[in-house]
Design a protein around this ligand. Sequence first.
Ligand code: AHN
Ligand code: ZN
Length: 336
Amino acid sequence: MTKCHLISSALFLSLFITCNSCTQTPKNPEKDNTTQKLEVATPTFNADSAYWYTKKQVDFGPRVNNSKAHIACGDWMIAFLKQYADTVYIQNCELKGYDGKILISRNIIASFNINNPQRIALAAHWDTRPWADQDTVRKKEPIDGANDGASGVGVLLEIARILQANEVGTGIDIILLDAEDYGQPDDVAPPNEDSYCLGTQYWCKNPHVKGYKAEFGILLDMVGAPNATFTKEGVSARYASPYLDYVWNIANEQGFGQYFRNDVTAGIIDDHKYINEILGIPMIDIIHRTSDTPSGFGAYWHTHQDNMSMVDKKTLKAVGQTLLYTIYRFDANKGI
Ligand code: AHN
Ligand code: ZN
């Protein structure tokens, strides 16, 4: 990487001090509440909005670094987030791809309640893979990345809208990571496992706020496929198992067990790995994993099949609503 700088645009710094007693309604007030967890009214996740935000990104064209579509989509997301977040940080950097190419990149961080040290980090990558290297046709052409990239961002943009309308006291950071998917194709030797997640690796070494910490984090990656299965991924289980159980239990309790599975699968290199290992923030990955393919990713992965047909509102709803329960319950209980 060559040159980097940080622009913090604290335009409308509006701090919300939440009155928890106004929002908490104990499940059963008769019961001994020393062990009882507080239940809260949780807002409804609108999957139509999340779907629309996903399609909006795809409509820019593949968000490949250094392309016009990438710049335009980044500008749109920043303008969107400025409407809802307290502070939006834009981290501009130039990152070096495995092939030496300079990738003009932007990590975008939308923060709520910036003064609360108790924080949750929510992340997804927003760039698109420049090649369909897992496809049999048009392998050199970029993919739509409707599921791989856009779906996770679509869910997080809807969360941003909801957070502004439904106050929480917990600090929340929505982190849109760039240059995740420029990883070296399998047919290039020798393997270079750190060639993915370049934006994240940069952010971990240069967080948008000095000494950045969060109690835990959740990464979304390929969260839109019809009938997707989110397994307990190995790196998440290794570094963040209490949070993995917390989120999976909520999902199952809310009727999303068809998506959130209890089997543990092999660890993968994804943005959360660096955040766990470099920053020491326990972060889980909600990612579609399957035993149906050799890669363990859906058959659409890094192919031209990764288009809007790979985004199902029911899957977005399962993920987005689970995130909202996670956030609002954590907020009421000041912890998991
Ligand atoms: C590897 O293929 C090594 N990791 C997958 C990370 C990824 C790419 N997620 C989405 N696209
Ligand atoms: Zn990918």
